[in-house]
Design a protein around this ligand. Structure first.
Ligand SMILES: [Zn+2]
Length: 308
């Protein structure tokens, strides 16, 4: 069974929606990472949110959501590209103690220093072009509320999100009120009423129900009174774009001295990708090459591994 993202629209009303279910992507992410339950839930919800928002972007590139926490969670990262290929990871503070009922604020914003950044990184940047970065205030007690507030403030888009994750699956529902386009017959009052009705229907959705029910059933159960236009389902999937070259770049950023000291001590550097668990090892010769090559890629491209 594939992961699914199902877009739909209310006929005769400016409301669009998306359901997403990510059992395979989520299992691939969890297969080499073990997190305390509250961290798992937040990362899974962020994953569902990233896929829902990315599916509406009209650009060729990646959306990166990063929360730099000031509490037990140091970092949450979710990346989703325009083909809905996803990867995600979390980093906890050393010796982090995380209670089963820890809240989002306690985990990432306990001293008011947490930072949530959404980056839109186009694939084919013009020379000098920067990725777009938006700062998302951590002003809510759930990922859904925080993103809803952000969408309202930065995009002036009424958005509602329902997100859930457990050990098996990450799922979500997004509803969005489309900006009024001139020339349509419906009045502003009609549009507002349709939006309010959609939100009320969405709000009947319980977390457990979202986690345990397939998209088709949910859509019928929630919106049976509406005429929906349903699009071809999309299929998000797990994908990590790590390469030996990028790991080499990272080592190079650490600097010659630090790498030399580490290699003298350990004989070889073993690095696992945080996102997919793939193992990379650099021996003394590899490390020496990193710092002597005239260009970066010259020194580290290994022909057998450069095709990622
Ligand atoms: Zn990787």
């Amino acid at each position: 069974m594939k992961d699914n993202l199902q877009k739909f629209m209310f006929e005769h009303a400016g409301v669009r929606g998306e359901f997403v279910e990510l059992p395979n992507t989520w299992q691939a992410i969890l297969s080499h990472q073990d997190y305390p339950q509250p961290v798992k839930i937040i990362l899974g919800e962020l994953l569902a949110a990233a896929s829902l928002l990315s599916a509406n972007l009209k650009f060729n590139g990646s959306m990166i959501m990063q929360i730099h926490g000031d509490g037990p969670i140091k970092l949450l990262v979710v990346e989703c590209d325009s083909e809905l290929r996803l990867r995600a990871t979390a980093k906890l503070a050393a010796n982090a103690v995380i209670a089963d009922d820890a809240t989002l604020s306690e985990l990432v914003h306990s001293r008011g220093q947490g930072r949530f950044v959404i980056t839109l990184d186009p694939n084919d940047k013009m020379p000098g072009q920067q990725a777009y970065q938006g700062i998302v205030p951590l002003d809510g007690d759930s990922i859904a509320t925080i993103i809803e507030n952000y969408m309202m403030r930065s995009e002036q888009l009424d958005t509602k999100l329902w997100l859930a994750a457990d050990d098996q699956v990450a799922r979500g529902l997004l509803l969005q009120k489309l900006p009024k386009i001139g020339g349509t017959e419906s009045s502003v009052e009609d549009e507002t009423e349709a939006w309010n009705r959609a939100v009320i229907m969405g709000s009947t959705l319980k977390q457990e129900e979202l986690l345990s029910t397939d998209i088709e059933t949910l859509m019928t159960r929630l919106f049976w009174e509406e005429t929906l236009r349903v699009f071809e389902p999309l299929h998000p999937q797990f994908h990590c774009n790590c390469t030996r070259e990028k790991v080499g770049d990272m080592l190079k950023m650490l600097g010659h001295e630090e790498v030399s000291t580490a290699i003298a001590e350990l004989n070889q550097l073993d690095i696992n990708c945080d996102f997919c668990g793939k193992h990379y090892s650099f021996d003394q010769v590899d490390c020496a090459q990193l710092f002597t090559a005239t260009t970066l890629t010259e020194g580290i491209i290994n022909p057998s591994q450069s095709s990622h």
